[in-house]
Design a protein around this ligand. Structure first.
Ligand code: PMP
Length: 367
C-alpha cells in the first residue's frame, strides 16, 4: 500500500513516470554526447522557465541550500551590506549564510504568516548602501508569497543586486526574472521543477556575473565558485565535454525530461494551473473549516498551503492523514511549529489530487 501513498509535502513531490524512467536509465559517462545534449537543452530550457534569455544558468549536484550558498558565496565579500526581506525560516537561513560570508545583515521581518510592506522595505533601503537584497519568493515555512516584482523594483531603484530564493516557487509561481530586474534566482530540482532531489539550480543576470567578476578576493569555496563552473557550463551548453566535478548524470537526464514537460505545457498555462488548483484547495479548506496561516489572500502561495489546526486538533492530524494514504507535512516555523500543517501542491498536481487530499483530511478529522 505504501507505494500508492500520495506525497503532498512541499518537496519532494510526486514525479511524472517519464521523469523517473529517465532517472532509472543506464548511467552514461558525463562526457557522453547524449548527456551533453540533455545538459545543454536543460540550460536553454531553464532560461525559458525563468524568462531570462540572457542569464547564465548553473546546475550543480546539491540541494537548494547549496544553490542558496552559491549565490551568497559568489556575491558577498566581507563588509558588504545585505537586506533580507524576511518572511520566515528560509529567510532566516539566507540571513545566517550572508553573515557567515562576512556580510552585515539587516532584516525587515514580519510576524509569521505576514510579510513586510513595500513601504517598510523602501524605508530600510533608504538607509542606504545595500549591495544585496534577498527575497524568499515563497517561504515554505509559512506559505507566504512575496511580491517579487514590486520588491525587486525597489531593490533596483536603490542600487542593490536582487537575489530571489525561488526554491518553492520556480516552475509554479509567476517569475519573470529578466523583466522584473531579478539578478539571481535559485531553486532545487525536487519542487515545482518536478525532478528528484539532488540538483541545485541557479540563474545569474549579467549584472550579477559582473559583480562576481569584480570581486577583489577569490570565492573561499572551490565547489561553489562561479570561476570553476562557468567554463564547464559554457562547454556543456555548446555540447562539448568538460570536467570540473562529476555531474549527477541521471538527475540531469531526469531534469531534462521534466523541463520538457514544463515547456510543453507552457509557463503561462503552468502558472495558471497552479493558481486554479490552489483556488480549489482554498475552497476545500474553507469547507473543512481550516484557516490559512497567511492571513491575506494576496500573500498566499499557489505552491503550498499552510493551515492552522482547528481547535482540539494537534500534530497527530498529520499522522492520521498519512494513515489515510496522503503524506502531508507538519509545521516548520520555530515560533508556531505545533500549530499548523502544510500541504504541497506543485508540479504535476491535478484536480484528482485535490479530491484525494480533501477526502483523506476529512476522514482523518472525523477520526
Ligand atoms: N529555500 C526554500 C524556500 C525552501 O523551501 C527550501 C527547502 N524546503 C530551501 C531553501 C532549502 O532547500 P533544500 O532543502 O533542497 O536544501
Amino acid at each position: 500500500m505504501t507505494e500508492r501513498n500520495l506525497l503532498m509535502i512541499p518537496g519532494p513531490i510526486e514525479f511524472e513516470p517519464s521523469v523517473l524512467r529517465a532517472l532509472g536509465e543506464k548511467t552514461r559517462s558525463h562526457l557522453d554526447p547524449v548527456v551533453m545534449k540533455a545538459f545543454s537543452r536543460s540550460l536553454k530550457r531553464l532560461r525559458e522557465v525563468y524568462v531570462a534569455p540572457t542569464a547564465q544558468p548553473f546546475v550543480v549536484a546539491g540541494s537548494g541550500t547549496l544553490a542558496m550558498e552559491m549565490a551568497v558565496a559568489n556575491l558577498t565579500q566581507p563588509g558588504d551590506k545585505a537586506l533580507v526581506v524576511n518572511s520566515g525560516y528560509f529567510s532566516d537561513r539566507i540571513g545566517a549564510m550572508l553573515e557567515r560570508h562576512g556580510a552585515s545583515v539587516t532584516h525587515v521581518k514580519a510576524a509569521p504568516g505576514a510579510i513586510a510592506s513595500l513601504d517598510e522595505v523602501k524605508r530600510a533601503l533608504e538607509g542606504g548602501g545595500f549591495k544585496l537584497m534577498t527575497i524568499t519568493h515563497v517561504d515554505t515555512s509559512t506559505a507566504v508569497l512575496a511580491p517579487v516584482k514590486e520588491l525587486a523594483a525597489l531593490g533596483k531603484q536603490h542600487g542593490a543586486l536582487v537575489i530571489v530564493d525561488g526554491v518553492c516557487s520556480v516552475g509554479g509561481e509567476d517569475l519573470q526574472m529578466e523583466a522584473w530586474g531579478v539578478d539571481v534566482a535559485f531553486t532545487a530540482s525536487q519542487k515545482a521543477l518536478g525532478a528528484p532531489p539532488g540538483l541545485a539550480v541557479l540563474l545569474a543576470s549579467k549584472a550579477a556575473m559582473a559583480t562576481w567578476k569584480a570581486r577583489t578576493r577569490p570565492v573561499a569555496s572551490m565547489y561553489l565558485d562561479f570561476a570553476e563552473w562557468l567554463p564547464i557550463h559554457e562547454a556543456y551548453e555548446a555540447e562539448k565535454p568538460s570536467y570540473f566535478a562529476t555531474p549527477a548524470v541521471n538527475l540531469i537526464m531526469a531534469l531534462d525530461v521534466s523541463l520538457g514537460h514544463l515547456i510543453d505545457e507552457g509557463m503561462a498555462n503552468r502558472i495558471a494551473r497552479h493558481v486554479k488548483i490552489s483556488a480549489a484547495f482554498a475552497r476545500a479548506w474553507a469547507a473543512l473549516g481550516l484557516e490559512h496561516l497567511p492571513k491575506h489572500e494576496a500573500h498566499r502561495a499557489h505552491t503550498l498551503s499552510a493551515l492552522l489546526y482547528p481547535a482540539g486538533v494537534d500534530a497527530a492530524l498529520v499522522k492520521a492523514i498519512g494513515a489515510e494514504g496522503v503524506t502531508v507535512a507538519g509545521g516548520l516555523h520555530p515560533e508556531l511549529k505545533t500549530k499548523y500543517f502544510r500541504v504541497g501542491h506543485m508540479g504535476a498536481v491535478s484536480m484528482n489530487d485535490v479530491s484525494a487530499v480533501t477526502a483523506a483530511i476529512t476522514r482523518a478529522l472525523g477520526k
